[in-house]
Write a protein that binds this ligand. Structure first.
Ligand SMILES: [Zn+2]
Length: 254
């Protein structure tokens, strides 16, 4: 599942392959923007802001959000195009394809910040501000911790994996109110450390053990033994959509 680290990494790869290059093909397969052609434009930069991604080309900015299943595939050998492609960019032999993007729109570069103006401090951004993030986290004392962590207006970049892992390492139930967090600054610094440590990885790791099957404490481990105490990990999917899943150890988290 794409979270802030995935988007940051994706932006870094797009930048590596495309920055400074002139587009030789621009094929946008979203009806509203199908007539936009950025061919001939030079890619100035690719950057992430929370879970949002921007590719700036001259006066235009391609804004995408990966949501649950989206991705960008980039390479200097032919990258396969299938029916899920929403946009295809080429610069000579380099091809970048946006697949199953939850959001894809072409904005005016000078105003592309408007779509992310509501976000809280970006966990991987240059303007990361732990003090503000901690204040945002605690703003509504009765709010469940998981709900606050997933709210991109509190801080930007956390998805379900980090939300559940942060609750575990903090010893808190995802459903506990934020007022139960004794040290909110510590929690936001942990969030930052987790994303930072994973910004160059596709297989994220929060346990410090990068071996297969050992990377996470609780996420995706329903019914398996807690790595700390051996209790079976519990699981809930409250609205059935998978958008707010909870995994927790009933012994370590109270
Ligand atoms: Zn446990």
């Amino acid at each position: 599942m794409p979270e802030g680290d995935t988007v940051w990494h994706t932006a870094a790869i797009l930048r590596q392959y495309l920055a400074g290059r002139t587009l030789t093909r621009c094929d946008i397969r979203v009806p509203r923007f199908a007539t936009v052609d950025l061919t001939g434009g030079v890619v100035d930069e690719a950057l992430s802001r929370g879970k949002h991604l921007f590719i700036r080309i001259g006066a235009a900015s391609i804004h995408s959000h990966l949501k649950m299943d989206g991705s960008w595939r980039v390479g200097d050998r032919p990258v396969r195009v299938d029916h899920r492609a929403r946009i295809i960019l080429e610069a000579g032999t380099i091809r970048a394809i946006g697949v199953d993007l939850g959001v894809l729109e072409i904005l005016e570069r000078d105003h592309d910040g408007d779509v992310v103006a509501h976000l809280g401090p970006d966990l991987l951004g240059e303007d990361w501000d732990p003090k503000l993030a901690a204040a945002n986290l605690m703003a509504d004392p009765d709010r469940p911790i998981a709900e606050a962590l997933l709210d991109q207006r509190v801080m930007a970049g956390i998805g379900n994996v980090y939300c559940n892992e942060l609750c575990f390492v903090s010893g808190q139930l995802p459903t506990a109110p934020v007022s139960a967090i004794a040290d909110p600054r510590r929690m936001v610094l942990r969030a930052r450390d987790m994303l930072w440590a994973n910004r160059f990885r596709w297989n994220r790791c929060t346990t410090g053990d990068t071996r297969a099957g050992r990377q996470l404490w609780v996420y995706g481990r329903a019914g398996q033994r807690c790595r700390r105490c051996g209790t079976r990990i519990e699981y809930r999917n409250p609205d059935g959509t998978g958008e707010r899943v909870a995994y927790w150890c009933p012994t370590c988290q109270r």
